[in-house]
Design a binder for this molecule. Structure first.
Ligand SMILES: [Zn+2]
Length: 113
């Protein structure tokens, strides 16, 4: 086996390992309608309250970099608008002035590790 073939095979194995680990993590996720305790994402520095969401609700907010989920009453109207709410959580959308920070720090942004 020449050096190039060896390198390709090693790369294939490495990516397969990564995929297998990813697959394992996905199968451990609870069903989309199961309620999960996340942490409140409000801007209050001393807040450590749980916010209970279904995975589907969490994913709906995560689909947009400028949306966050908070405990009801933890909205900061000077900085964000409430776009959905129920007795468990409020989904807020950052005002445009701070949206760039929310986008730049999104762990799901393209290129983020
Ligand atoms: Zn909070």
């Amino acid at each position: 086996m020449d050096a190039r073939a060896k390198r390709i095979a090693e790369n294939e194995s490495r990516f397969r390992d990564i995929n297998e680990r990813l697959r394992g993590d996905l199968s451990a996720l609870p069903p989309a309608d199961e309620q999960v305790a996340f942490v409140c994402e409000c801007g209050l520095l001393d807040c450590a309250q749980p916010v209970v969401l279904t995975l589907a609700e969490y994913e709906a907010a995560r689909a947009d970099s400028v949306e966050f989920v908070v405990v009801p009453g933890h909205e900061l109207p000077d900085y964000e608008d409430v776009i959905a709410a129920n007795d468990r959580y409020a989904r807020v959308r950052k005002h445009p002035d701070s949206a760039p920070i929310a986008r730049a720090t999104d762990p799901r942004r393209p290129g983020a590790s």
